[in-house]
Design a protein around this ligand. Structure first.
Ligand code: HEC
Length: 179
């Protein structure tokens, strides 16, 4: 029994020290200019979703989804998010592919997660990626306004779609194109 436990301890030590050595001898790449392998993406995305499910409060959006809030959301998105996630004018983000993992285009492919999930992502950011936490920069209200916009991107009321067209020169997403 004593020998067995010693064996387990030695094995664990070898794995931990081996992992540390692997890292400290420089074998873990740090470059962000490549796309993550498929398997790594699947595991990382699964872990992020599970962690949000466990940590994020399942709160409802306190703001009504009205025209004013959507239009405020569009301004806030343009000022803070478009550089990484793509503009409302449908131009691709200049920085999108410069991150590991890349920043998804939220205009052509808006998140289909519940609002509490989107809000938590914005408020707390995503560790080990280029996604910042916005809680020190934006007010709670402003983060909810952007959440409203992202969650209703493909079903905005007609007046807001008109506002989009006049402000950005292109039609608002209808949901048809991403199907
Ligand atoms: C400096 C670049 C950068 C900025 C600015 C930025 N993001 Fe991100 N964002 C990222 C990256 C990179 C990811 C991908 C993280 C991942 O794959 O887990 C991401 C992920 C997200 C996601 C999750 C998308 C998904 O597929 O589930 C949401 C939602 C999001 N960002 C919203 C925003 C909002 C809203 C803003 C503006 C307030 C913003 N981001 C600003 C880089 C950025």
């Amino acid at each position: 029994m004593g020998k067995f436990i010693l064996g387990v301890i030695v094995t664990v030590l070898v794995i931990v020290l081996g992992g540390l050595g692997f890292a400290m001898l420089g074998f873990i790449p740090t470059n962000a200019n490549v796309a993550p392998p498929h398997l790594e993406r699947r595991i990382a995305n699964g872990a992020v979703d599970a962690s949000m499910e466990r940590h994020a409060p399942h709160v409802t959006n306190p703001l009504p989804p009205n025209d004013q809030n959507f239009e405020d959301g569009m301004k806030l998105y343009t000022m803070n998010c478009a550089v990484c996630h793509g503009g409302l004018d449908r131009k691709p983000a200049s920085l999108s592919k410069s991150f590991y993992p890349p920043a998804p285009n939220l205009v052509s492919d808006p998140p289909d997660d519940p609002e509490w999930h989107v809000f938590y992502t914005i408020r707390t950011g995503v560790r080990y990626t280029g996604m910042p936490s916005w809680e020190k920069t934006l007010s709670e209200q402003d983060m909810w306004k952007i959440t409203s916009l992202l969650s209703h991107m493909e079903k905005l009321p007609p007046a807001v779609q008109d506002y989009w067209k006049t402000s950005f020169g292109v039609a608002a997403p209808s949901g048809e194109e991403s199907k």
